[in-house]
Design a protein. Sequence first.
Length: 237
Amino acid sequence: MDKACPARVSLLGVWLDRFTFNDFLNRLDEDLSAGRRGYVVTPNVDHIVRLKKDAEFRQVYANARFVVPDGVPLLWAAKWLGAPFPERIAGADLFPRLCRLAAVRGYSLYFLGASTAVCQQVKAQLENLYPGIKIAGYYSPPFGFEKSEAELKQIRRRLTKASPDIVFLGLGTPKQEKLIPRLLPHVPVKLFVGVGAALQFFTGEKNAPPMGAASRVGMGLSAAIRTQAPMEKISNR
């Protein structure tokens, strides 16, 4: 266990880290500068449901360096159970803020997922916002790539050649999360972050879902947590 990590809480059987957004960015910066490797997952209610029935997905979560709450209903549930999270850390918000940190600190970035056109637009927008930012590359793998060992080897070769500090995966759940353990041991990447459609949100190709959708999901979640024991806490990760 990492003694430097703040208290974690268990929500519906999933351990989540409790950070403010700024503290989380500082922690990622510390890990990156120290050369510590790992990955971030950002659960929402769909993840919680999938974790109940998908053993491979559970293993990905168990080995994650950080698990921070994306879904608004998870924050509501934690508050209802008496252990509120300091802040929501959504993948769509984490992406631009981590890019800004990378620009300031000189960390290099790689985009894996979305379309080639979206990746090119993200690269152009970031270079306009932060002249000198290091974009090590991008790749939009073909449909069904995760079933092809040849394609996985190609991705590993691309990442090894680019040697980025941070890889953003925009492949959707559970594909992006399950891909990380198949890449991490084989490539010189310090940090993998699954961000779903954050690249499309950043370019404006897609709009973030409205809060009303979170409210409807939250009503279903509230029914589930009424049967849960009080929130568990541990002091250290």
